[in-house]
Design a protein around this ligand. Structure first.
Ligand SMILES: [Zn+2]
Length: 231
């Protein structure tokens, strides 16, 4: 694990002020920033701080599963919680953007800014945002990992996670990691947005509603992170 990509952004006073103002208005679910554990954790991801973002929340449900009507925000949260467990098992320290249904602001940009602020405050080394995809054609399927164009380390992390998901989940459609323009990918640390599968696809919806499959998704993402760290 090289130190070169662990650039920690400086917290800007202006951003903090802006956040505080937003928080008063919106009464978000309390973010959990765990204290750094006293003992040194062991494992392939030891000493790594990872921000895990469960996409959407509160009034923003995200996509909606076609058959069950389940909101994406719920499946994101369950998957993110499984991911936290998988990452912690490997020794990482995990910061969650949310552990319950909630949002930092009804203003989307303010909500995402608050989530990114947690990564800065916690000096996160990596950022993983968990989402579920949807499309008008119900045939589309397969997990897909996004990174910001021009960020070489983010692209490598995305490719490693994509490869692990294909290897371990054996999706019917094998997608490739792709550059995507997402505000959650705007920090200078390796950051990815993982679309774990399509809620518009009957087969994948069923899989993603099962905790056993979500656990496999979480382990695949964890194995992708481990591959990235071991490069
Ligand atoms: Zn989403």
């Amino acid at each position: 694990m090289g130190k070169k990509w662990q650039g920690h952004a400086v917290i800007l006073a202006a951003a903090l002020l802006c956040l505080t103002a937003g928080a008063v208005k919106s009464r978000p679910a309390k973010p959990a920033v765990p204290a750094r554990p006293a003992e040194i954790s062991a494992g392939p991801l030891a000493e790594l701080v990872i921000l895990v973002d469960a996409g959407h929340g509160g009034t923003d449900g995200g996509a909606r599963a076609k058959d069950s009507g389940t909101w994406e925000k719920e499946i994101n949260l369950q998957t993110a919680l499984a991911l936290r467990e998988a990452l912690e098992d490997a020794g990482a320290r995990v910061i969650m953007t949310r552990e319950t249904d909630g949002e930092y602001s009804r203003n989307k940009r303010a909500d995402l800014t608050a989530r990114l602020e947690l990564a800065k405050q916690g000096e996160a080394d990596l950022l993983i945002s968990v989402h579920m995809n949807e499309y008008r054609s119900r045939k589309e399927s397969g997990p897909q990992v996004f990174y910001r164009a021009g960020q070489a380390q983010s692209q490598r992390l995305a490719e490693d996670i994509q490869a692990a998901m294909i290897r371990e989940l054996k999706p019917q459609k094998e997608r490739a990691a792709l550059a995507g323009d997402y505000f959650m990918l705007s920090l200078d640390i390796p950051s990815v947005l993982v679309e774990c599968g399509f809620l518009s696809n009957a087969r994948e919806e069923k899989l993603l509603l099962s905790s056993a499959y979500r656990q496999r998704v979480a382990q695949a993402i964890r194995d992708g992170v481990t591959a990235f760290v071991n490069r």
